[in-house]
Design a binder for this molecule. Structure first.
Ligand code: ATP
Ligand code: MG
Length: 306
């Protein structure tokens, strides 16, 4: 799989404080990479470094397989971004604002303006001054600007910040469409777990500058499922019996002696009986549910209430 972005021990230090600390991110073509972290976790700082807006203190960034450096800025022609709130000239219309960006990016064809306004769902406000725009409209215009030069990779820093639930849903759908129909790779940050969960194919969890985990969405889904938890004296024997007698394959041994089974959830008593009959001692059997929230809280510790 083609690698779009890779960071190597990326670090940004402000005086004594490491805003980003030794971060290794891998984004492959087609990913919607959800960059999840609480306020102040280091999301924007990471994205600023990726976009070449600030320099890393140490570490490297590879974009499209090539190391980023001063003379390699042309790679940004393949990237569209919104970092924090997109700024616009308030007295100019949406089209006029985008036209400035078009010239800046060296895109010859003016049609790109109408096209990107349409894709971002804001074509009907094309000729209105942006000072009249609501926050949601400004976010959409930001996305239109990011799309103007037809990028392969979008870097979106909290694009749903301040939007109402309908706006959030619409932006989510837009990002999914960009990914599925236009095959654009996306890096999107958020501090809202459910939002990332509904969108991302891969999730990176950052906390106090450190990337605590990078996990694909399938594995993430497993963290939010019902399961049978079995506590047994011999997990190897138990697993063997589960596979043989119940054809169970969707399970994990979460710790020695503890098995989580994600299928056959209504058969706890049959499973229990079968294991006992086959000389596996069942200490406990219960139907439980993992919550992604619990998982996130466990990862970031008590800091969530700070
Ligand atoms: N220019 C700067 N000088 C000093 N410290 C900074 C600077 N920029 C960011 N920081 C600090 O780095 C840390 C990470 O900030 P950053 O803006 O990257 O977080 P974030 O994850 O984007 O947070 P939010 O969800 O609030 O946008 C914070 O503690 C912040 O105060
Ligand atoms: Mg931020």
């Amino acid at each position: 799989m083609e690698c779009i972005l890779k960071t190597y021990n990326l670090t940004k230090q402000y005086k004594e404080h490491k805003a980003v600390d030794d971060v290794n991110i891998t984004i492959e073509k087609g990913d919607i990479y959800g960059f999840l972290g609480l306020n102040g976790a280091g999301k924007t700082t990471t994205m600023r470094m990726i976009m070449g807006l600030i320099k890393p203190t140490t570490g490297n960034i590879e974009l499209f397989g090539e190391k980023l450096s001063e003379d390699k800025k042309h790679y940004f022609a393949r990237v569209g971004s919104i970092i924090e709130f997109p700024g616009f000239y308030e007295n100019l219309t949406a089209v006029e604002n985008l036209d400035i960006h078009r010239k800046l990016m060296g895109v010859p064809d003016k049609n790109c303006i109408e096209q990107s306004l349409e894709v971002a769902g804001i074509l009907d406000a094309a000729n209105r001054k942006t000072k009249e725009f609501s926050l949601g409209m400004k976010q959409r215009l930001g996305i239109a600007r990011a799309l103007l030069h037809n990028p392969e990779f979008l870097v979106l820093d909290e694009p749903t910040n301040g939007l109402d639930p309908v706006g959030i849903k619409e932006i989510r759908q837009l990002i999914l469409d960009l990914s599925r129909k236009r095959h654009i790779t996306v890096l999107i940050s958020s501090h809202i777990l459910s939002e990332i969960q509904q969108l991302a194919t891969k999730v990176g969890i950052i906390h106090k500058g450190k990337l605590l985990e990078e996990i694909d969405s399938e594995a993430l889904k497993k963290k939010n499922r019902h399961y049978i938890e079995l506590k047994v004296n011999n997990d190897r024997d138990a697993v063997f019996m589960l596979e043989q007698k119940f054809n169970i394959s969707d399970y994990i041994i979460s710790e020695p002696g503890v098995i989580k089974i994600y299928e056959r959830l209504t058969e706890t008593s049959n499973i229990n009986r079968m294991l006992i009959q086959n000389n596996v001692e069942v200490k406990e059997i219960s139907l439980l549910r993992d919550s992604l929230e619990d998982y996130f809280i466990k990862l970031v510790g008590s800091d969530i209430n700070e």
